[in-house]
Every structure is written in C-alpha cells, then in structure tokens.
Design a protein around this ligand. Sequence first.
Ligand code: ZN
Ligand code: ZN
Ligand code: FE
Length: 745
Amino acid sequence: MIKRAKTFVNGIVQGVGFRPFIHKLITDYDIKGWVRNSSVGAEMELEGEEEDIRLFLHELKNNPPKLALITSIDVEYMTETAGYSDFKIIQSKTEKQTSTLVSPDVCICDECLAEMKMPGRRYRYPFINCTNCGPRFTIIKELPYDRAKTTMAPFKMCPECHREYTDINDRRYHAEPTGCNICGPKQFFCDCDGNELSGDPIELTKQYLRDGLIVAIKGLGGFHLAGRIDDPSIADTLRRRKHRDEKPFAIMCRDVETVKKLCMVSADEERILCSRQRPIVLLKKLRYDLLPSVSENGYIGVMLPYTPVHYMIFEDDIEALIMTSANISDLPIIYKNEEAINALSGIADGFLLSNRDIHMRCDDSVVYVYDSKVYPLRRSRGYSPYPILMKDALPALLACGAEQKASFCLSKGNFAIPSQHIGDLKNVETFENYKKSIAHFRGLYDIKPEKIACDLHPDFLSTAYADSLAKELDIPLIRVQHHHAHLASCMADNNLDEKVIGIIWDGTGYGTDGNIWGGEFLLGDFSGFERLAHLDYMKLPGGDLAVKDIRRMGISLLEKCGLDAEAVFKSPDTGLIREQLLKNINCPLSSGMGRLFDGISAILGIKEKADYEGQGAILLEAAATASERRLGYEISDSGAMILNMDKTIMSIYKEITEGSPDVGELCAAFLNTLVSAAADIAKRISDRYGIKKVVLSGGTFNNMYIMNRLPDRLESLGLTCYHHSRVSAGDEGLCLGQLMICSRS
Ligand code: ZN
Ligand code: ZN
Ligand code: FE
C-alpha cells in the first residue's frame, strides 16, 4: 500500500550537497515526493511502499553524504496520500525559527582540482567548488543555507552554471557557491599602494613571491601574509613589519613530499595534514636548527594548500611559503579588501584580492597529532562551527570563555557549538569581533540563552560582557572557576559525566581564595569541585610584569628557596626585585604551573623576557634532551596537599652556579620531576577517594614532553587518563566546560 511520510532530517544537512544526494539516491527506490531545506534541517515528503521508504531511510542513515552529520530522522506517516508523480527539490521555506547546523569550510576536492586544470569555463577559476567542497561557514550570513543568504548573492549564475545547478546528474546540482570564470567572483592584484596592476593576478603573485616580496593573499576566513622561506631575510622583514619579534610563523608546503624534506611526518600526521580540514599541524623539524627564522623551537606549523588559489600558487617552482595570518600584532585576522590595503600597507608589498566577501572571520586551525588524533591548540577553520554532540539535551546557554584565548560556546538541543578562534579580548578590535561573532551565532542558530556562564575573574572583558548581557536579557549569570571549567571541558571532550580527578595546569586562573591558581589537582564533576592539591604558592613580583619579564619569576623562585638570585641574574635591578619580594610590595600569590616554567626557564638562561605567551615553557620543552634524570619534590599532606618544588630549584641552582651545567638535561629532569609529582599526587587522591579517572587540561598540557610521559605513568598506576581531542586544553577550550557546569547549576 502506498504511504506518504513526512520526514525531518536533523544535523548538518545544509551546504553539504544533501538535497542533490537525496535526489540521486531516491532513483534507486520507487519513491515520489520532494525534499527541501527547512529551518529545522531538511524536510522530505516520501510517497511509496512503506518497505521502500524504510529501506531508503536506512540507507540514508548509514551512508549519508560525506560532509553531512545526521543526528536524527523523524518520520510521521500521513493519513492521506498526495499522488506525487515525481521526486523534486523544492524551494526552501523561510522562517525565523532555525535550528539546523552550519558546515565548516572544507578544502577543494579532487574533482574540482582536476577540473581547474582542464580547458573550459573553470580553467584556472580561483573559486571553483562543488557540493563536496569549498567555503561554507565563512560566507553564510543567515540560514537556511541558500545562495541568496551568502556572500555569493551578488553573482548571478550564467546560463551554463544555472543549467548545472539544476541538473540532477551534475556535481554542482544545488551547489550554492557555484560559479565560473564567466559569472563568478574575480581576482585582482594590487601593488603596495592599492593600485590594481594589469596581468594575471596569480602570475603577479608568484612573481612578487619569487622576487622575495611579501604578498597579502585573501583566503577563506581572512588574509594570509605569504613570503618565501628559503631566504631568512624575508622572515626577518615580515617580523619587523608585523611587530612579531619571535613568535613562529606557519608555513604552507606544496605537498607532503615537500613537508618531509623539512619535518618528520608520521602516518597519522600525514593523514591529518591531508584531511579535508587542512589544519596547521605542528611537526618536529628534521633538525633543530632548520629554518630558525621561521620557528625558533623544534617544531614548525605546517599546512597543505586548501583553496584553488593555493594550488595555483604552488603549481610550478614555489614549494613552500610562510603563510601567517594577516594581522598586526595580536589584532583579529584581516578579512576585508579595504581593511587589508589600509592596515597592511607597510607590511605587504602586494595584494591578491577578490570581490567575494568573507562574512565571518576564521583563522587556520593549529593542532598537534597525539594518540593518533587531532590535539587542538586552536580550533578554527575546518572544524568550527562543527558541533559537539552531547549525550543529553541541554538548555539554551551561552558560555563566554576566558580572555586571552577567547572563544565562546552556545548550546541547542544535544549540541554544544564552540566558536572559532577569537584571540585576545584586550585588543579593542578583537573584543568587537568577539561580540559580533556571538551575535552572529545567536542569530544563525536562533538561540535565546536561558543562562550565561563566564569566568570567575572579575576583570576579564568576557566576564563584563557576560554580566551586561545577562542583565540585558534578564537571565542568570553563572560564574565558573577557571580550573573547574578546564576540568569540565576535558570531561565533555571525552563524554564523561561522573566525578573525576583533574590535573589542571596552566598559567593563570582566578581562584576562589583570590589568589592566582594554575597548578591544580581537583576532584569534581559538572556540579562542583574540591581543590585537593596544588603547587606551592609563588610570589609574582610586579604581578603581570612577571608574566612578561620572566626573569622576575626566576628571582622569586630563588628567593623562596633562600638562594642568592644575584649569583644567577646579574642585571642591576635584581637587588630591587629581591627587595620588592622581601617587602612584599605588589607580589600577588600564584600557584600557576606556567609561572614555575617561566622561572625555571629564566634560571636556566633559556629566556628572560617572554615575547609571546608561554614562550619560556615552549623553549624549555624544546631544549629538553632525552634523559631519565629526576630531581626532588615534596608533598606536604595535611589538609590540601601542597606540591613543593624547592628541591628541584635548589639542584638547578647548584649546577648553574657551580660550573658548566647540562641545560638540556636539567630541562628534562625538571619535566620528569613534574611528571612524577603529578602521578604521585593523582595516585594519592585516587587511593583516598576511590576515583580512577583522571582528566588532563590547561595550557601546560600543550607540552608534548609531558603528554608523552604523564598519561603512561598514570596508566601504570592503574588510573585511566583522558585528554583533549575536540577542543583545546588551553583557555580556548574553557567555554565548553563553562557551558556544561552552567547546564547543571
Ligand atoms: Zn569540489
Ligand atoms: Zn557561470
Ligand atoms: Fe587556563
């Protein structure tokens, strides 16, 4: 008997070639009716034998289109049939109520790449895409996902493109951003003053790059600054112009073979480098001294081409380029043509522009490959705004994240939707972009938060924003302790919902006692936490000053142990800083692991002034040699356990002051000691409370030396260790934890 079924498909089904896929798939079944994008995902009416409908939906559920994420299919049988004579894609309904999800931008597919090299309307077309590839998140203004609601709206399809768009057998059937050289967006090349040059824009770009010049290239989620890597003076010039003194640049290589000439690449790393997300993967250099002007440490951030434009730039002699986000200092990535020409004059020598607008900024993602999986440091292009599917439905919430590595997270149904990388809110422009992005996400997903979560820190701009928004919307504001949020974030990342031990190590987080925390051992879940152990408090002479001038931390640590700081730090103001410590003038207390790293790094003579966040720790990790040596630590165990590292500091001091120390070995010994101490304390907590699951979160766990040792050590003690793989261990991942804690309060 013929039945008519109203079917709702939820998940990421828009902008991923879902309707054309359905249209093709249905020809294998005797089903008539229609499919359309709707505000709730995709909607279908299926008319046919019940068995056919069942088999069709089974196939759809098990083999959905490559980029789709189907979370549920709801079927409602109707009492009357409609007598459809065929199966059609019909016009989207536009409603205000939207709940569908947006696909991230993905790299160009093989078919488009091949077509771009063939004679025809898309020969060297710089924006070639199809239903399986191309921009999504960065061009969508509103849902449902239709061309009219993207930045492709001004480009009217030519008859041939339109024919493909409406031809069921074409790979561009309903590919919203489709176009060709006749009807699509155009590229153009400008000199440093913004004057358009005649000639092929790609060839001009290549010529500029060959000549050792720096070109600003418009990409998917913003501009890159590109320059050759084989001449160190180009990197130096770029650093000088960008005011980026020491922070490493990412590079883009033509292919994996080229990457292998510079870095070690495991099979897993190769797989993730080539994945359609195309993140920047931090890879170990073949030799530590390779490309020092690009990266001062043992790793280089490498990505492969992901847009048609990148592929054309690398098509002949150019093999590798610096590809760094085009911004000035820590401001948001530049994404508009005029902004680029104004803000980057004096930085870029030329501009490869286009008249296709970027609606949402989205930086490149940065990951390590750890445990065969992505270990995100920055979750952005390619991943964002992919949702994280939670076990239970969540109320509509907004979590406002931290400050320096800001991000936010919204929830809707079973989804937590973390934002892309936003950056440091202390920059006015970044803060504006943060607010704009929150508004965009709220509008896009039509989320009306019932509660807002923020950090406990009273001075975070995200806290102030959350506070004013909660007042404006007249809804509760939940202030979440920083390290509790890290713990919850790692729990959510691993689908845990039970009491766990959290080793939460980072630089700075506001504690419930008013001190700065960051070397924490917590026991907790989404509902609450106890602080069972922490790194002994250290004085931060000068407060924030000690975070940049990390020599101050070195002096503080030595002073704490009663050692002569002037024997290590010869600068004339060492005495003044000692006095400041002695008199306790502006010396807030911190248990931040990052501060301990800073101090040790300074004492070992690795770094005295941090040019970027975490530099001391990063260089300390880079300097560590393979050694099993361990130094001393003590745990005072009355009430909350206190981890005291004085013995380690004293040993290091002794070797530094008594002749020629093996700095690499001391770095390793320091890290080994921390691994031992962490495992020791976690085991004690486990024995006492009968909890065996341990989560690792906080920026310190971006240290691969520790990550390659601590989990094994914990496992050997009978504990189960969980780490991040979907959001960052650093503060960028914090919002997910805030959201989960907020959902339970
Ligand atoms: Zn394609
Ligand atoms: Zn066309
Ligand atoms: Fe943190």
